[in-house]
Design a protein around this ligand. Sequence first.
Ligand SMILES: O=C(O)C1=C[C@@H](OP(=O)(O)O)[C@@H](O)[C@H](O)C1
Ligand SMILES: C=C(OP(=O)(O)O)C(=O)O
Length: 434
Amino acid sequence: MNLRVLPCRGLTGTCKVPGDKSISHRAAIIGALAEGTTEIDNYLFGADCLSTLRCLESLGVQVTCTENGVRVKGCGLKGLKEPEDILDAGNSGTTMRLLLGALSGQDFFAVLTGDRSLRGRPMGRVVKPLVMMGAEIHGRAGDTRAPLAVKGCSSLKPIAYNLPVASAQVKSAILLAGLNAPGTTCVIQPQKSRDHTERMLKSFGALIEVDGLAVRLQGGQPLQGRRIRVPGDISAAAFVIVAASILPDCEVVIEDVGINPTRIGILEVMERMGAQIEVTNRRDWNGEPVADLRVRSHGLCGTIIEGALLPRVIDEIPVLAVAAAAAEGKTEIRNAEELRFKETDRLQAIARELGKMGACLEERPDGLVIEGKGALKGARVHSWGDHRIAMALAVAGLLAGGETTIEDCDCVDVSFPGFATLLRSLGAVVETES
Ligand SMILES: O=C(O)C1=C[C@@H](OP(=O)(O)O)[C@@H](O)[C@H](O)C1
Ligand SMILES: C=C(OP(=O)(O)O)C(=O)O
């Protein structure tokens, strides 16, 4: 499927984005390891979170669709069942890495694989600490690439582990394994990454404490299932935030967006660039802060994005590159080498494709330098099969003069089903063509 995007004169209205992807994965997996039932409202029915549900079902977990989301019947910490067949995580790094953690503490054999993109992504970073805890894991490329075969162990050894990268997926995998490691599992992060696992484990009754960059979990304690209401995904809202900032005559309200401090780098950067974003109606949903965001058009200026900010804005870099191309002056994105290990090499993908639209981007080993010119031209571009690249290019297409076609956009459903419909509801012309 391709997306055809026409220049847009302004977006107006009120909308809601789908449920948060990171929180949806965690609610399903932690719910499966808990005692009793977990009701998850506003679960993200995107391809990645559906992969998590399908894997859990293959592990013997009862999953039911409800009016508002899904119900997961918990099996207890050691209660998953050996799957009869290979588990398929599809395109989802979060599914593969978090499940590797959960499976490390189960006394059976399982094999995890994924699509071509996921089979090319680095898994050694998660295999290494899990093997130190007592799991047996083998895979391609010296046990660093999927398919990965896991033989878990229901009594793992707790470890203290210094993460070499600020990855929330690796941190979460160790913590999920730590649930079945009697004693204290400690993860020390180089920089703070999203902390949804820590918050959710706490809300399920785990003994977990966060002390600066260190997270400590007492293993062997049962979790209690509960109701979770998933906030709107700020990484999905980011596309609307950037579009409503760079197009003229916009006023858009996005309701019920998660504003966890470890995720709001997009708000910080956009505000620094001059964006007008009002955060109202702040609330708390099961330990996660939520608010409504009002965004109005405003001229942007270039900025520097680097250092400890990166983990808090990691998935928003492609769309921030579009904001930077529309801004006045130069933007530098540094310390962003992790983007090369996502669904695609996102630094290369966005530099090449935005370049075709007339943007002035220079690729650096760890980032991008973007000379903002304000003007983009419509072009035929490609998503590289990566949802965030596809949607970032669609936002660029709204600003460009002339028509833009983005090829291969089925991937949008990975994280943002209803993306084109939502943009249309705000006044954009975005058509799908098969
Ligand atoms: O834990 C998570 O839910 C995620 C963590 C990040 O990946 P890393 O842990 O690889 O940095 C992020 O890019 C991904 O979209 C979701
Ligand atoms: C990198 C992403 O997800 P994952 O690592 O779960 O595939 C993403 O959603 O941008």
